[in-house]
Design a protein around this ligand. Structure first.
Ligand code: CTP
Ligand code: MG
Length: 220
């Protein structure tokens, strides 16, 4: 199996509110996107395509290894992954899509995803259980019901796919469609998505508190 890594890194990071795109924000002196690329490479995924904001190509090139392929991303994560997928090397028969915003994903997680693909899964995502009681609310914030926590999972990345499965699902997706992640794209095409264990260390950096936690985790 030859897996290519796709790293969507073209977001602006509005919720983090830094002075630069989130993927370029340093964690222990290393840009978030570099952490994610390094995790893929340490897991044996050598070919990596990174989707970046169109006006930041030089800044991304400066923090990434020279043999990482850069493509201009789109206005949504879905559009960014679509652009990177189009630039993936022909030889790859599997694709791992891994957020730049998950810098501290352990290589074990990548190995579990690759293992499921090698075992024949067409699509696989790392997940964690939901630990809090989870409820629905109405427009006034009044609780309307409780969701069965036992059946819920939090979905992380890298998400792995047989390459033709992901390519076909993106081909079928209407041009403007925006879905939460790539598992949602293949599910929309009717593909079953299996799960492997994720890891709390793989938490996404979304708000400033997440970055503070990541700095503490690196310093330990
Ligand atoms: N992403 C992307 N292209 C976009 C939007 C998001 O490649 N148009 C990427 C981000 O760079 C990130 C990942 O998708 O690595 C997950 O998105 P998110 O955490 O929401 O990052 P941002 O969109 O940058 O942050 P925010 O929503 O707070 O603006
Ligand atoms: Mg976003």
């Amino acid at each position: 199996m030859h897996a290519v890594g796709i790293v969507p890194a073209a977001g602006s990071g509005l919720r983090l509110g830094a002075d630069r795109p989130k993927a370029l924000v340093p964690l222990a002196g290393r840009a978030l996107v570099r952490w994610s690329v390094d995790t893929l490479r340490a897991s044996g995924v050598g070919d990596v395509v990174v989707a970046v904001p169109g006006d930041e190509l030089a800044a991304f090139a400066a923090v990434l290894p020279a043999d990482v392929r850069l493509v201009v991303g789109g206005a949504t994560r879905t559009a960014s992954v679509r652009a990177a997928l189009a630039a993936a090397p022909e030889a790859a028969d599997a694709v791992l899509v891994h957020d730049a915003a998950r810098p501290l994903t352990p290589t074990d997680v990548v190995a579990r995803v690759l293992g499921a693909l090698a075992g024949g899964a067409p699509a696989v995502v790392p997940v964690l259980p939901v630990v809090d009681a989870t409820v629905s609310v109405d427009g006034d914030g009044v609780v309307t019901g409780a969701l069965p926590r036992e059946t819920l999972r939090r979905v992380q990345t890298p998400q792995g796919f047989a390459r033709p499965v992901l390519a076909d699902a993106y081909d079928r997706l209407p041009p403007g469609a925006e879905l939460a992640d790539d598992a949602a794209v293949v599910r929309a095409a009717g593909v079953p998505v299996s799960t492997v264990a994720g890891d709390e260390r793989s938490a996404k950096v979304t708000v400033p508190h997440d970055l503070a936690l990541a700095e503490l985790a690196v310093a330990r």
